[in-house]
Design a binder for this molecule. Structure first.
Ligand code: 5GP
Length: 188
């Protein structure tokens, strides 16, 4: 009998460096598969449909909600984001280790539907550093930056709900900690 793959949820405020950490995990561990989310937000420059996200119109997103096609979905800073259910379940059933990079409400939903999933919260060293990183990225409007910082405050308060909290002070150290939590062997 083949064993099931593990499900790991990575959550943390916008700008905390989740994307960079996820990249490092995927580059170092070919056996980990990242779920590609659907979103109604506009692509940022350089983002490719089907690779970074499935970029959908609100109507299309709603249709998937109606069909119960999402494992979880949430509204974040005036847009919808969701994890496609079918492919994630198939991957886990085939024994693949699956990674979800999602916000707090989605993580809470997964906690109910997949209580066995490992939930990791990535926290910034402090809010000043987080704001500096979001602004430095230069990809959001001022309104969106303010929204994201307000959400960040709420997310950081909820970090206690997670199985583990990793402070991203140093990207390599944070990556190593997450590797350890996920039970992945570090390559030297
Ligand atoms: P961004 O617009 O910066 O790409 O993503 C905004 C937030 O949405 C981030 O916190 C990201 O982790 C989260 N997110 C991305 N995909 C999903 C998803 O499928 N579900 C949920 N709940 N959040 C997501």
């Amino acid at each position: 009998m083949s064993s099931l793959g593990n499900l790991t949820v990575l959550t943390g405020p916008s700008g905390v460096g989740k994307g960079t950490i996820v990249r490092k995990i995927l580059d170092n561990h070919r056996d980990v598969w990242l779920s590609i989310s659907a979103t109604t937000r506009q692509p940022r420059s350089g983002e490719i449909d089907g690779q970074h996200y499935l970029f959908l119109e609100k109507k299309e997103f709603q249709k998937i909600i109606d069909k119960e096609g999402f494992l979880e979905w949430a509204s974040f800073s005036n847009n919808y984001y969701g994890t496609p259910k079918k492919i994630v379940k198939e991957k886990i059933e085939k024994g693949t280790n699956v990674l979800l990079e999602i916000e707090l409400e989605g993580a809470r939903q997964i906690r109910k539907s997949f209580p066995e999933a490992l939930q990791i919260f990535i926290a910034p060293p402090n809010l000043y550093e987080l704001e500096k990183r979001i602004r430095g990225r230069g990809t959001e409007t001022e309104e969106d930056i303010r929204n994201r910082l307000a959400i960040a405050n709420k997310e950081i308060i909820a970090k206690k709900e997670f199985d583990a909290v990793v402070v991203n002070k140093d990207i390599d150290q944070a990556f190593r900690e997450i590797e350890g939590l996920m039970g992945l062997k570090t390559k030297i």
